[in-house]
Write a protein of this length. Sequence first.
Length: 131
Amino acid sequence: TLFSTTTAGTQTTSTGTTTQGLGAMAQAMILVDLTATGGTDPTLDCLIDTQFGGTVWTNIARTTLMVGPQQSVMMLSKDVAPGTVVGSANADVAAGAVRAVGFGDNIRVRYSVGSNATSQVSFTVYVSAIG
């Protein structure tokens, strides 16, 4: 489990825990499991960031906007063709996208909840690394 939380009835934008030691892995599967929602207009926007070295985080994956209990799977791979142009690394990727840049040794979860002050969600993010 990379990260698990239940928000407490307020609009929330936050950063979850960091998973380390993925540098030797060739692929990673990220599963976002939105198990419960409550309040008015609950939504979850979940992003995955990585560090390629140093302290700078780069966004590499993002779910579509999740409404109601559901799951979203993102596959990350270091098998990227040399010279692939991936766009600006300074901006978040579009909803439902994975940036074709692989991933570094560390990954983390960022998320934003709800469009209303009473929105609540419960979700867990799992990571499975494949050597």
